[in-house]
Design a protein around this ligand. Structure first.
Ligand SMILES: [Zn+2]
Length: 328
């Protein structure tokens, strides 16, 4: 489902994790995803910085679909695994930035690219990952928008192959972070690229385990919490230098990603009271991670509720973010 915008600090009480709550509902899966990036908007072909971003996103998608990120889904028993990626394409349409770009117009555009043979042909494993150019606000069919509701989403529609045969078309939409959409920092990310890779991983994991949400029969879905596997945690991890979002296993616990993450014990931490939650907490720890500037360190506190803190290490200083665990 949607990777939602963080609006406020919320509290969710701890609960039993013993009973599997993410269950299979009989719908389609994408066992070996075939991803292809679609860069929507003419800015992707005119801006030199966006060309660089495009190349980085192509490298990223090529990596993640064939990485331990997908192995974690296999290990969790979701019956999906590693896949492949095809080089991305730029669709240099002019997008009117004063208006909302609607989900239906994105679907139409993806269909046009399929019909003209501009993208790889749709099939049961094909996933088009649509990156919208900067400055564009996106509106979904339910009226929710990238300005106030979501950072990304995935979906499916009844499409046609280039030979006009009926086929289900699966896609992901990533509005670009920043005005008129929320800034990366407001969402807990150090950069636009970090936000894009994290949200893409969320939507990728959900698309392969529940491709037809809102369209046909569900795949893997948690009825008790009304969410897909990316919706039930927003913990981050660093994988091969990329910021990715972790997803949950069948019991709603965040999956560990086999490599690329490291752990170290907290040596000490300063006391913090409930009233200090919105302020800073200073911790000193032993060595951890691989020493790179974007190692991510997370820990839990015992304030009577479960909280998540992300600490970004940057140039020897710690940037601490507090987020409550809340449902979305
Ligand atoms: Zn989601």
């Amino acid at each position: 489902m949607k990777r939602n915008i963080r609006l406020s600090l919320g509290v969710e009480t701890l609960e039993s994790r013993l009973t599997p709550t993410v269950t299979y509902h009989g719908g389609a899966l994408m066992p070996h995803v075939e991803a292809q990036n679609v860069f929507l908007g003419s800015d992707w072909s005119t801006s030199s910085s966006l060309k660089t971003t495009k190349a980085s996103l192509d490298s990223y998608i090529g990596y993640i679909v064939n990485s331990p990120y997908m192995d974690a889904l296999t290990t969790a028993g979701y019956n999906v695994g590693r896949g492949t990626a095809t080089a991305g394409v730029v669709d240099s349409i002019n997008i009117t930035k004063t208006k909302y770009l609607t989900d239906s117009s994105i679907q139409s555009e993806v269909q046009k690219l399929i019909t003209s043979g501009s993208v790889a042909a749709p099939d049961a494993n094909r996933l088009y990952v649509v990156y919208v150019e900067p400055g564009v606000k996106v509106r979904d069919s339910d009226g929710s928008t990238s300005v106030s509701s979501f950072l990304g989403y995935h979906g499916a529609f009844a499409g046609k192959t280039a030979a006009a045969k009926s086929i289900d078309v699966r896609y992901v939409v990533l509005p670009n972070p920043g005005t008129p959409n929320p800034t990366p920092s407001s969402q807990g990310f150090a950069s636009t690229f970090q936000e894009l890779t994290a949200v893409t991983s969320h939507e990728l994991a959900e698309a392969v385990t529940d491709p037809d949400v809102g369209y046909k029969k569900l795949g893997w879905y948690d009825d008790t919490k009304n969410g897909e596997i990316g919706d039930l945690t927003d913990k981050l991890a660093i994988l091969n230098g990329y910021t990715v979002q972790r997803v949950v296993g069948k019991n709603d616990s965040p999956l560990s990603i086999p490599t690329g993450t490291n752990q170290a014990a907290v040596a000490s931490s300063s006391a913090s009271t409930a009233s200090q939650r919105a302020a800073s907490v200073y911790v000193s720890i032993g060595s951890f991670g691989n020493g790179s500037s974007n190692d991510l360190f997370t820990f839990s506190t015992d304030w009577g509720s479960s909280y998540r803190e992300s600490i970004f290490v940057s140039s020897g200083s710690w940037e601490v973010h507090y987020y409550g665990n809340w449902r979305y």
